[in-house]
Design a protein around this ligand. Structure first.
Ligand code: PLP
Length: 368
């Protein structure tokens, strides 16, 4: 376990020692942005830490409504509904959409929160090959007439791959299905204005495409949200047990969300700079003959043949002052990888040092 004794920025303090930090999901460095911190402090003074009640009973504050309005406007949707965590979003959505689908088709490498969201009374669940739109098409054809709902991550959190919605969406549409995209890692990152994977692929504004999103990653705060037409958001408020029976997002955290969106809007170049920076690093890593992936996202895996090697690389980096953890995560256990997460705040020196260390490790451990 990596024990942190500081805020997470491009550097952290762990056990009293300073490390260059290529971990976590603080892609836009908003978790410790001065304006975000100031907004949180103001909200703590006004509201205290927590309302200790669900939104449905006495837990809704004016600041929750303000956040929902800010998120709806950011996403260009009629409304948005916020809840306690991104993890809950898939359960809330799949619960509310019940009746509109009978079979669920899931990318075989989907996030744990998607698997956990499968309602217990859904008759059939099928897994299609990772990012494989042809396989999805085959399964949908084979199960014709099944009222399909297809779920995928937008950016896959371990490998940084982008789900090919340009190929998946036409297949879903052909079979008259519903598409759900878990955009936990894409919000604020993908698409011209940071609206996520559907915007990245210029998908049309189709009321059969849904996104589940979180403020805990690029937005630097916490809490899940779904933006959609008011009919759906009202259904969530009125009918979702998960929404109604869990404690509301703490108001200071709602304040963080509002501040982060304001920063995103005022700095439309932020996510472009991040993705460019990550791309340069990814290209250098690939040029060293490390196995990695090839999409323009801030997550760069280094995949090795054995867990021992991957663990060894992560330990070597840590001994040399860089944190890029070995992934022991409840998704894709078959991949032995470290995960490098790039932040817009990483300096050229930090990136150069990381590359030097990777080169050194490679020469020592993988030269033939
Ligand atoms: C793809 C995906 N979905 C959902 C979540 C859950 O989001 P949160 O941590 O904000 O609850 C995560 C978090 O790691 C994730 O990677």
């Amino acid at each position: 376990m990596i024990l942190l004794n500081s805020e997470v920025g491009n550097y952290v303090i762990s056990n009293g020692k300073k490390y260059s930090y290529f971990a976590g999901n603080n892609y836009l460095a908003l978790a410790s942005h001065p304006e975000v911190k100031a907004a949180v402090i103001r909200a703590v003074e006004k509201y205290g830490v927590n309302f200790s009640a669900s939104r449905h009973t006495t837990g809704t504050a004016d600041i929750h409504l303000e956040l929902e309005s800010v998120l709806a406007s950011f996403k260009g949707k009629e409304d948005a509904v916020v809840f306690a965590s991104g993890y809950q979003g898939n359960s809330i959505l799949l619960e509310i959409l019940k009746g509109s689908y009978s079979t669920i088709f899931i990318d075989q490498s989907a996030h744990a929160s998607i698997i956990a969201a499968i309602p217990s009374d859904v008759v059939r669940v099928m897994f299609y090959g990772h990012c494989d739109a042809d396989h999805l098409d085959y399964l949908l054809e084979y199960n014709r007439g099944s009222s399909p709902l297809v779920v995928t991550d937008g950016i896959f959190p371990l490998t940084g791959e982008i789900a090919p919605l340009n190929r998946i969406y036409p297949v879903v549409k052909k079979h008259n299905g519903i598409l759900v995209v878990d955009d936990a890692h894409s919000t604020g990152i993908l698409g011209e204005t940071g609206k996520g994977t559907p915007e990245h692929f210029s998908l049309p504004d189709d009321d059969k495409i849904f996104q589940t999103e979180t403020m805990s990653k690029a937005l630097g705060g916490y809490g899940g949200f779904i933006s959609a037409g008011r009919e759906l958001t009202e259904m969530i408020r009125e009918r979702s047990a998960t929404y109604q029976a869990s404690t509301a997002l703490p108001p200071p955290i709602a304040a963080a969300g509002i501040a982060s969106i304001a920063i995103l809007k005022a700095n439309p170049q932020l996510h472009v700079d991040l993705v460019d920076k990550a791309w340069r690093l990814r290209e250098e890593i690939a040029a060293m003959d490390f196995q990695t992936t090839h999409d323009r996202t801030p997550i760069i895996p280094i995949i090795l043949d054995t867990p021992e090697k991957a663990r060894g690389l992560s330990m070597f980096l840590e001994e040399n002052g860089v944190i890029a953890p070995f992934m022991n995560y409840p998704v894709r256990k078959e991949l032995h990888q470290i995960r490098i997460a790039v932040s817009v705040s990483h300096t050229d020196n930090q990136i150069t040092r990381l590359l030097e260390l990777l080169k050194k490790w490679k020469e020592k451990n993988e030269s033939n």
